[in-house]
Design a protein around this ligand. Structure first.
Ligand code: FAD
Ligand code: AMP
Length: 475
């Protein structure tokens, strides 16, 4: 290990490690310091996303969805299965294998890009020096021309329901359960709460989701949120809105949850309670006195549009700065900063960051919701196409949901695309690309889509915006 680098990245999650790799590709000398601790005490690069977030949750969502389909949908295909059994140990082992392959893959990527991966803790000192504490506890002071802070986020604790790692758990705990709880409570109907609630519901838990707000998925397009709630309720997710949790106590292995809703104080007894009320930036022991890096009132590291902190040559990216807490947003910021440091062009178009909720049906969107466009006062048109009318969706037995495209009435620019339905998270990529290139709905209308594919639903939604849909009556 040398002690001087062009770039030191603190944090090896999906914001930090791509930044380190791109800096290496740009010919700079780079170190990436990361202090993730796995449940067995070992270290792995990849941060929350690979170890305890995106990847393990998607592995379990996939497995549990297969269970659901085998139980509920195979018969209609003419496939008869007797005695479907869930081997949760194997399901968890598969997930752990995927996580391990992904995190170890980073080591290979670091090697290829000549990034020095340094497991341990990093603390920024004044003057772009970084105190590195290795896993053995030894401290070294490293120097860099540039420092990128990518320290990520941690689950927001709820004072009235403290996590004890057994009955009351956070999202990571909910990914590691060794048995299917009979009754599962989830506090928070955000993306994480809904995905984890779906996993355990499909595996047999009775799931109650308590959400303080009266509105369901307020960040999504209203029509999509309404459609989603309908499907989740049908699946047996008991989503209780306007339910503010005020306490949780454990007695004989049962969690008694106290909450208040419009009818007054209520209680709920569950075997496991997941606290999923959001995430907060992680800046613990990250900044020594006098670095010049400042935090906003919510604890995020303050940055400008290009992720500069204001301290000379100190940058910050990912969940520890403003903006949506999403892996792909952090990745683009990490890459942008590494390119700017190397004197190349770099930019993140925050208007086209897609959001995906990996439930069934899947939900994905990019751009403005209809409510936001309406509030902006700009005249607009809407095209909508239901998957019920898609040949491919019918063949897949996945006809729930729709594609909704919103375009400006004046110049036809696509302002937002909202998808609820099969593979929504994949389909949204076309809309992101279209919006990145400021496409009009006519551009999408004139783009050939293979038949029969789910992507035809976006094509038809674009046509429907001008009342030209072929496969469904225009509204
Ligand atoms: P992190 O992934 O949190 O990584 C930060 C790393 O820095 C960690 O390894 C941490 O240990 C290390 N670190 C912190 N401080 C220091 C220090 N001082 N010294 C050394 N190392 C330090 N997002 C999506 O886009 N899609 C999804 O499907 C998705 N699913 C999710 C599911 C769950 C259950 C959860 C919890 C999150 C999910 N997210 C998802 C969010 C996603 O995980 C985060 O947005 C993403 O991980 C943020 O990346 P990051 O690199 O900024 O931070
Ligand atoms: P997200 O930030 O998207 O992960 O979602 C977290 C959700 O938890 C938000 O919708 C919050 O309204 C909700 N929430 C926060 N505190 C409570 C609480 N005490 N009881 C119930 N829901 C809560």
């Amino acid at each position: 290990m040398t002690d001087t680098y062009d770039v030191i990245v603190i944090g090896g999650g999906p914001a930090g490690y791509p930044g380190a790799i791109r800096a290496g590709q740009n010919g700079l000398s780079v170190a990436c310091i990361d202090d993730w601790k796995n449940l067995d005490g070992g270290h792995a690069f990849g941060g929350t996303c690979l170890n305890a977030g995106c990847i393990p949750s998607k592995a379990l969502l996939e497995s549990s969805e297969l269970v659901h389909r085998a139980r509920e949908e195979f018969a209609v295909h003419g496939i008869k299965l007797a005695g479907i059994e869930v081997d949760l140990k194997q399901m968890q082992a598969r997930k752990a294998g995927i996580v391990k392959a992904s995190t170890q893959g980073i080591l290979a990527l670091f090697k290829a890009a000549k990034v020095a991966g340094l497991p341990g803790h990093g603390r920024l000192l004044p003057g772009r020096k970084v105190e590195y504490t290795g896993l053995d506890g030894n401290k070294t002071v490293l120097t860099a021309k540039h420092v990128i802070l990518a320290s990520g986020s941690v689950p927001t604790p709820l004072k009235s329901a403290p996590v004890n790692g057994r009955e009351i758990i956070d999202s990571w705990g909910a990914l590691e359960l060794g048995s299917v709880p009979k009754r599962l409570g989830v506090i928070g109907a955000g993306v994480i709460g809904l995905e984890l609630g779906s996993v355990w519901r499909r595996l047999g838990s009775e799931v109650v989701v308590l959400e303080a707000l009266d509105a369901f998925l307020p960040m999504a397009d209203g029509q999509v949120a309404k459609e989603a709630l309908k499907h989740f309720k049908k699946q047996g997710l008991d989503v209780r809105l306007g339910a503010k949790v005020s306490g949780a106590s454990v007695k004989d292995g049962v969690v008694e949850v106290a909450y208040t809703d419009a009818k007054g104080p209520q209680t709920l007894a569950v075997d496991r309670l997941v606290v999923a009320i959001g995430r907060r930036p992680q800046t613990l022991a990250l900044l020594a006195e006098g670095t010049g890096v400042t935090l906003d009132e919510r604890g995020f590291i303050k940055v400008d549009d290009e992720c500069r902190t204001g301290a000379e040559n100190v940058w910050a990216v990912g969940d520890c700065v403003r903006g949506p807490m999403l892996a792909h947003k952090g990745k683009e910021e990490g890459v942008m900063v590494a390119d700017l440091i190397a004197g190349h062009h770099g930019e993140v178009n925050y208007k086209t960051v897609p959001s995906v909720i990996y439930t069934a049906p899947e939900i994905a969107w990019v751009g403005l919701t209809e409510e936001q466009v309406k509030a902006s006062g700009r005249p607009y048109k809407v095209g909508q196409f239901p998957f019920l009318a898609s040949g491919r969706a019918r063949a897949m037995e996945s006809t729930a949901g729709f594609v909704k495209l919103i375009a400006a009435s004046d110049d036809d620019e696509v302002l937002g695309v909202h998808i609820i339905g099969p593979m929504a998270g994949e389909l949204i990529a076309e809309a992101v690309l279209a919006m990145e290139y400021s496409a009009s709905s006519e551009d999408l209308q004139r783009t050939i889509h293979a038949h029969p594919t789910l992507s035809e639903a976006l094509h038809e939604a674009a046509l429907a915006a001008d009342k030209k849909a072929i496969d469904f009556p225009n509204r």
